[in-house]
Design a protein around this ligand. Structure first.
Ligand SMILES: NC(=O)c1ccc[n+]([C@@H]2O[C@H](COP(=O)([O-])OP(=O)(O)OC[C@H]3O[C@@H](n4cnc5c(N)ncnc54)[C@H](O)[C@@H]3O)[C@@H](O)[C@H]2O)c1
Ligand SMILES: O=c1ccn([C@@H]2O[C@H](COP(=O)(O)OP(=O)(O)O[C@H]3O[C@H](CO)[C@@H](O)[C@H](O)[C@H]3O)[C@@H](O)[C@H]2O)c(=O)[nH]1
Length: 463
């Protein structure tokens, strides 16, 4: 039975996942380790509301388990030595250099972990791939781990994570399924069972699926590709709706009631963001091309092409509607996170829309309930479109949303935060220059009601 778990990587996946394991398995000691000292300090902050990741319900669980059987530290070697089971939950971003630049997953952090484990481990371990990885990564990991001089045996499992940010705790407590891929040998099956037993502490057994390693690795990329494909499909139709006076919400409802199609992931938007969809599809495209499967690669690449188009057309529509110029015009952007209930901004559509508007010399004011000004500037600086000073000059970040609207020419809703629905839109309208334009990139406001107030209203997917 597993008694001691180590998780390398205290990020959006490692942190919440291990917190739930620790909360549900008080008999297992869980050490979450990271090389990022600041992040670990934040996880250990005496004020639990200051932990580095905002997820509804997470701080309560951390409070419950931290110091009991959940520990956060930078002592990576020590945690590896102690553990029977090691989760690798480090980042696997898109490569920014060399072969596969802009497409393939960068596996350098994964490889470093494997080398460190090989170096430090003194007894047999089960290694669990928690990070999202290209199919057949376990083979490379095994090569590295098996080539140590020590007499230590490793079993590698693939256990991809399907949590979505904003609902991470609920997704972890009540997952649709847990997927565990293992080697089809006696030892492989024993390792698989050890991990099944961990999850069985709270997940019903019919939701714990076991497969071979390669199916498990590929299922993760596939699940994200299918989900993102639905968003790109409905976004493609949102543009057609705008031309034909069909309403994309009504179309989504009409098709979603077909049980073969289903109603989820059919919400048209300003484009999907997040650290996973784009990265994982690019990786799938890269893998397909590397096997010579051009048609397969082209098929999935279209999901990304459509998403880029959706972000760009939202920005260009703002410019076009504001009489073809936003130069010197104040535009209030509500929301910067890539979806509601998270402080994560990775690949958020807001970044790209703001960048396009800054190119047109707009004056942007941003409000997001959970994202810091520092993060917003870092996101813009990362694009390298203009100097850091210019980004700070073009973008003001406010802590009080009501500071956004005075003399604004337009408002753009970028994230579907619930609080935006409850604003006093009549008084916001009164503060703005007229005509007052409102671009709802998330379909959260009542279009007709806003028009009654006086707004010139654009709702995505509405003719
Ligand atoms: N974010 C999500 O919602 C989500 C969901 C499912 C799967 N995933 C996958 O999970 C993986 C992790 O994603 P994330 O969002 O948690 O990333 P993240 O960047 O938030 O966290 C990764 C952490 O790993 C640490 N790290 C990197 N190399 C290290 C090393 N050698 N030793 C110790 N620590 C190291 C980093 O400092 C960082 O804190 C990725 O492969 C991602 O695709 C993410
Ligand atoms: O109908 C929809 C659903 C989602 N989105 C957008 O799509 C993006 C991704 O949303 P979501 O999938 O809910 O969040 P993620 O945290 O990115 O989660 C995805 O990526 C994770 C990382 O791999 C997986 O674990 C999850 O299962 C998968 O849903 C966000 O910008 C959403 O606003 C839409 O525009 N319309």
């Amino acid at each position: 039975m597993v008694k001691n778990i180590c998780c390398i990587g205290a990020g959006y996946v490692g942190g919440p996942t291990m917190t739930v394991i620790a909360a549900k398995c008080p008999h297992i000691k869980v050490n979450v380790v990271d090389i990022n000292t600041k992040r670990i300090e934040a996880w250990n902050h005496s004020d639990v509301s200051k932990i580095p990741i905002y997820e509804p319900g997470l701080s309560d669980l951390v409070q419950q388990a931290r110091g009991r059987n959940l520990f956060f530290s930078t002592e990576v070697d020590q945690a590896i030595k102690e553990a029977d089971m090691i989760f690798i939950s480090v980042n696997t971003p898109t490569k920014t250099y060399g072969v596969g630049k802009g497409m393939a997953a960068d596996l350098k952090y994964i490889e470093l972990c494997a080398r460190q484990i090989a170096d430090v481990a003194e007894d047999d371990k089960i290694i669990v791939e928690k990070s999202t990885l290209p199919v057949r990564t376990a083979e490379a990991l095994k090569n590295i781990l098996d080539n140590t001089s020590k007499d230590v045996k490793f079993q590698i499992l693939s256990n991809p994570e399907f949590l979505a940010e904003g609902t991470a705790v609920q997704d972890l407590l009540n997952p649709d399924r847990v997927l565990i891929g293992g080697e089809q040998t006696e030892e492989g099956r024993m390792a698989q069972k050890a991990l099944v037993d961990v999850y069985a502490n709270w997940v019903p057994s019919d939701r714990i699926l076991t497969t071979n390693v390669w199916s498990s690795e590929l299922s993760k990329l596939t699940a994200n590709a299918f989900l993102a494909q639905r968003v790109s499909s409905i976004n493609a139709l949102s543009e057609l709706c705008e031309k034909t006076e069909a309403d994309v919400n009504e179309v989504a409802r009409a098709i979603g009631t077909d049980s073969r199609i289903g109603s989820k992931f059919l919400k048209a938007s300003v484009g999907f963001g997040g650290s996973c969809f784009q990265k994982d599809i690019l990786n799938l495209v890269y893998i397909s091309r590397s096997y010579g499967l051009q048609e397969v690669a082209d098929y999935w690449e279209q999901v990304i092409i459509m998403n880029d188009h959706q972000k760009r057309r939202f920005a260009s529509n703002i410019v076009k509607t504001l009489y073809n110029t936003v130069s010197g015009k104040k535009i209030a952007m509500l929301g910067w996170a890539f979806k509601k209930d998270t402080n994560d901004t990775r690949e958020s559509a807001s970044i790209y829309v703001a960048d396009d508007l800054l190119n047109e010399q707009a004056e942007i004011v941003v409000y997001d309930p959970k994202v810091t000004a520092e993060q917003i500037y870092a996101d813009l600086d990362y694009l390298n479109t203009r100097s850091s000073e210019e980004n700070r000059k073009g973008v003001t970040v406010v802590n009080d949303p009501m500071e956004c609207f005075d003399q604004a020419h337009a408002i753009a809703i970028m994230t579907e935060w619930d609080e935006f629905k409850d604003y006093d839109w009549k008084s916001i309208y009164n503060k703005m220059l007229k005509p007052a334009f409102l671009f709802d990139g998330r379909m959260i406001l009542d279009h007709d009601k806003m028009e009654d107030i006086g707004f010139k209203m654009y709702t995505i997917g509405k003719g």
